[in-house]
Design a binder for this molecule. Structure first.
Ligand code: GLA
Length: 383
């Protein structure tokens, strides 16, 4: 990949890149839609991601090119930028803008991006681009910013510049990922620990439903607002800061405060999912993969019934998994509304699983899913 990027960089800019950086995407094993509710999540970085070949230039311009998209931009260095349209380069531009706002001195740069993550598939292609750009800038301009702070800065860009009210999970996962480890992250305090993700005779399969969605257009921000509304009502009697500070017992005794069936379902998902993450962490630590798998199924059910973010495509995948002998757990991963599912599949049955799932899915949905096994890899880095 490095050689190809160097060649393409030369074709675009007639010079060699000074650096090449890589930032992965992520899957979340469990703990969905609770990062923005102060809960714990369990993502890991994967081997697919985004590359950036980059060199400083002398003409005070940021030049954005990408091998995946035809749109390009050449922008003069200025004191602030705002989002223009929906083009991909708004993500690195948002990072540049944020660093300038925080008082960092940048100069012009020629940048060529390339990603091998399926786009809009819920594997955090946008967080990957954001964290990649921030990391590249900190390395090139020797900025004193830690990786967790890069994650926070990238989240701010997503929230304020892009307009998507996401939590910290994706940016943190792609910045801090570690080979063969899941990250148990407390999204309130940002305390984290690495858990061994030892799956023995099972592989972690990623199944792309091939149903695309754009998060900013989806109901993501609506769910965010519903959680805020449920929390406000519970706070009338409970001294809590986040929905995930409420345990299941006190939820049961206070749910009448919400008195709205939709908001109650949303809160029930959030509070029960946070509890499942604790159980899942214990299961991983004890090497109880079957228990972990059951929790994955329970998480999916909750996202489907109570949080209403699954859909016929993801449900079809999980339904199939339940009937297939070599699978011990499966769930949608990421925001939902399409995108990907993850499943623990017996290693020697992955090909058969993929073939049968493809037939089943195509028959019901009309087009094929894509199944691939991904390694759990390291976070953002220089190549
Ligand atoms: C998206 C967001 C994350 C998180 C997940 C759902 O990936 O970017 O912050 O909320 O959805 O768990």
């Amino acid at each position: 990949m490095k050689v190809e990027l160097e060649k393409n960089f030369y074709d675009f800019f007639h010079t060699k890149p000074q650096y090449i950086f890589f930032c992965p995407g992520r899957v979340n094993l469990i703990g969905e839609h609770i990062d923005y509710n102060g809960g714990k999540v369990m993502p890991c970085a994967i081997s697919l991601g985004t590359f950036l070949a980059v060199a400083k230039n002398k003409d005070k311009k940021f030049r954005f090119r990408c091998l995946n998209f035809p749109e390009r931009a050449d922008l003069q260095l200025q004191t602030s930028y705002s989002k223009t349209g929906k083009e991909w380069f708004n993500y690195p531009l948002g990072i540049i803008n944020q660093l300038i706002q925080e008082g960092h001195n940048l100069s012009g740069m020629d940048m060529l991006f390339y990603g091998n993550l399926p786009i809009g598939a819920g594997l955090s292609s946008s967080a990957s681009v954001e964290v990649l750009t921030a990391y590249a800038l900190l390395e090139m301009f020797q900025l004193n910013i830690s990786k967790p702070d890069i994650a926070l800065l990238s989240k701010k860009v997503e929230n304020k510049f892009i307009g998507m009210n996401c939590g910290i999970m994706d940016q943190f996962a792609v910045a801090m990922g570690k080979k063969d480890k899941a990250i148990l992250l407390n999204c309130d305090t940002l305390d984290y620990e690495y858990l061994p993700f030892e799956t023995g005779e099972y592989a972690l399969a990623i199944i792309n439903s091939n149903k695309q969605r754009r998060l900013t257009d989806s109901k993501y921000n609506e769910r965010f607002a519903e959680c805020g509304a449920a929390l406000k009502l519970l706070k009338k009697e409970l001294k809590v800061q986040h929905l995930c500070d409420v345990d299941l017992n006190s939820f049961e005794s206070h749910r009448h405060l919400i008195n709205d069936p939709v908001l109650e379902k949303r809160a029930l998902h959030v509070i029960s999912e946070n509890f499942r993450v604790h159980e899942a962490a214990d299961a991983l630590k004890a090497g109880e993969l079957f228990t972990f798998g059951k929790l994955m199924y329970a998480s999916h059910q909750s996202l489907k019934e109570w949080y209403d973010v699954s859909g016929i495509e993801l449900d079809t995948i999980v339904e199939f998994c339940k009937t297939y002998d070599g699978v011990i757990g499966a769930r949608m991963t990421g925001a939902g509304f399409g995108g990907c599912a993850v499943a623990l599949v017996k290693k020697d049955q992955v090909d058969d699983f993929a073939a049968r799932l493809t037939i089943y899915y195509k028959d019901k949905i009309g087009y094929e899913p894509e199944v691939f096994a991904s390694e759990i890899g390291d976070g953002v880095r220089s190549l």
